[in-house]
Design a protein around this ligand. Structure first.
Ligand code: C5P
Length: 218
């Protein structure tokens, strides 16, 4: 039986997580935050003192990862780390280890297993290109650099984390470059993917556009 999937891929801080969650709620679908998986491996590796350059060590961590993905909280070894994994240092580390194809293979089935009726909304970098190539609707979500940095800044401030916008612009640029240029499942806009530029749009407008595209895709 075909289980519908909507994939939202795109650069850092493009609003993928917020939009994917709201679209999944509107449709009553499950939600996969694939970046959280990479961030969880990153956090576990950092806590255990594994260097980002140690591919074997990182893959070993992923293999033994004890995570629970309840909808509202993300737990590592039973502890709620939903906020901790959002730190920029964790995103940085995640983007470094995300280059290892052995790690990506290790996480593949964990992601595909979440595809269940009535459907799934998945956000990340390779959701449409690698994990769910037969997705019902594939979207490449983006916004200009400044707006993405401002959004990330707001998100961090709300969590009580300080950061300057200028620094965030540079950090996001560096991360997106690494994610786009890597050999293993790079971030890219594929031919069968619809571009959705959210610069200047508010959250409701973007959610409306995605739902409209989905309604048209059947
Ligand atoms: O989306 P988020 O910022 O949480 O992702 C953190 C990092 O995890 C990204 O910069 C990227 O390197 C990696 N990632 C990935 N593939 C995905 C999701 C995230 O490589 N599907």
């Amino acid at each position: 039986q075909y289980v519908p999937v909507i994939t939202l891929d795109g650069p850092s801080a493009s609003g993928k997580g917020t939009i994917a969650r709201l679209v999944s709620q509107a449709l009553g679908f499950h939600y996969l935050d694939s970046g959280a998986l990479y961030r969880l491996v990153a956090l576990a590796a950092m806590k255990r003192g594994v260097d980002a350059g140690d591919e074997q060590g990182v893959v070993g961590i992923a293999r033994s990862l004890d995570v629970s993905f309840a909808d509202s909280s993300i737990r590592l070894d039973g502890i709620d780390v939903s906020d901790e994994i959002r730190a920029e240092a964790c995103g940085e580390y995640a983007s470094k280890i995300a280059q290892y194809s052995a790690l990506r293979v290790e996480l593949l089935e964990r992601q595909r297993d979440l595809r269940k009726l009535p459907g799934l909304v998945a956000d990340g970098r390779d959701m449409g290109s690698v994990i769910f190539p037969d997705a019902t609707l594939k979207i490449y979500l983006t916004a200009n650099e400044e707006e993405r940095a401002r959004r990330r800044h707001k998100q961090l401030m709300e969590k009580g984390i300080n950061a300057s916008i200028a620094h965030l612009v540079l950090a996001l640029r560096e991360r997106d470059e690494r994610d786009s240029k890597r050999v293993a499942s790079p971030l890219q806009q594929c031919e069968d993917t619809r571009l959705l530029d959210t610069t200047g749009l508010n959250i409701d407008q973007v959610v409306g556009k995605v739902l409209g595209m989905y309604a048209d895709s059947g």
